[in-house]
Ligand binder design. Sequence first.
Ligand SMILES: NC(=O)c1ccc[n+]([C@@H]2O[C@H](COP(=O)([O-])OP(=O)(O)OC[C@H]3O[C@@H](n4cnc5c(N)ncnc54)[C@H](OP(=O)(O)O)[C@@H]3O)[C@@H](O)[C@H]2O)c1
Length: 218
Amino acid sequence: MKAADVKTIGILGAGRVGTALARRAIAAGYDVKIATSRPPAEIGLLVEIMVPGARAETAEAVIAGSDVVVLALPLSKYRNLRPALFAGKIVVDAMNYWAPTDGVMSEFEGDRASSEIIQDYLTDALIVRSFNHMGYHEIEEEARAAGHPDRRALAVAGDDAQARRVVAAFIDHLGFDPVDAGELAASRSFVTGTPIFGASLDQAEMTRVLQGTYERAY
Ligand SMILES: NC(=O)c1ccc[n+]([C@@H]2O[C@H](COP(=O)([O-])OP(=O)(O)OC[C@H]3O[C@@H](n4cnc5c(N)ncnc54)[C@H](OP(=O)(O)O)[C@@H]3O)[C@@H](O)[C@H]2O)c1
């Protein structure tokens, strides 16, 4: 998949992050398909109201019919995802582990970033972590045209360099400056509780913080 070929974005989750990202993607010119754990007919009205222009479909159809799939569901539900459906797909993991809401999940209590565990689970997907370190409302509020002095940076980490490039181009089209953090393990630098989490940084600041954090973490 080349960045220029990305036309359709599939979003799993129609909550705060999923709908904000979907609206922003539609505004940026993408086709958007959305699924939750419920049948499309049950979420059709919600999608019509919250994300005009998006289509509610089954998870299978969303994953199969999208160039990039975004995981915007509670991390506690990840085992409901069916790994075989994601083989070869570029998958953006926007999920965070937050025990007070997710409940304590032993696999996420160690040093590895949650995205590394998601990559283990969705073995044949190309997982790229991003968007997780910003608030859902900022996806629309803080999007800016390329070159704008207030443009916010988003960190991008994943083990597949081409998948990172594709997601970086998507982020750029949405109105943010992507910063390549490198492999998925580097996403430990922007999980919950890190200096990057919730901070509005520009590209230069993000690059510096990522480099500093990365060196300290390893
Ligand atoms: N809120 C934020 O500001 C923020 C920022 C960055 C990252 N995040 C992360 O983004 C994720 C979503 O957060 P949120 O605040 O948007 O949550 P939310 O408002 O509670 O929405 C969660 C959505 O996930 C859907 N869902 C549940 N199980 C699913 C499944 N198996 N397949 C597909 N969809 C499923 C739910 O719909 P049904 O009940 O119909 O299935 C619901 O639409 C979380 O992992 C969170 O940590 C949140």
